[in-house]
Write a protein that binds this ligand. Structure first.
Ligand SMILES: [Zn+2]
Length: 102
């Protein structure tokens, strides 16, 4: 049996946590983990960030709209394997987006 360091009261388990029955002080000491405790499975959820400014690299490319020389760059691959990938650019200045085929 455990006793409270503050008031000497009996330590009771309440909702899985140890606390003094008389003064209510929480005890951090690890008590026995109750048998049959289920292991919670964690699902990994992939978060796709569509904010181009945060994920795409900036390359030297002249914007056809405002003639700015820097643009974000990314590529996409179409499902058909015989098709070539498409290059995308987004102007860092005016946010104009355009693409180029190989
Ligand atoms: Zn631009």
């Amino acid at each position: 049996m455990e006793f409270c360091q503050k008031c000497g009261g009996i330590i009771m388990l309440k909702e899985g946590k140890a606390a003094c029955a008389s003064c209510g002080a929480r005890i951090n000491k690890k008590l026995k983990i109750e048998a049959g405790e289920k292991i919670t499975q964690h699902r990994t959820v992939a978060i796709i960030n569509e904010d181009a400014e945060n994920i795409y690299p900036v390359v030297d490319m002249i914007c056809p709209k405002c003639k700015n020389k820097k643009a974000y760059f990314w590529t996409t691959q179409t499902r058909a394997s015989d098709e070539s990938e498409t290059k995308f650019y987004k102007c860092v200045k005016c946010k104009h987006t355009w693409r180029k085929y190989r």
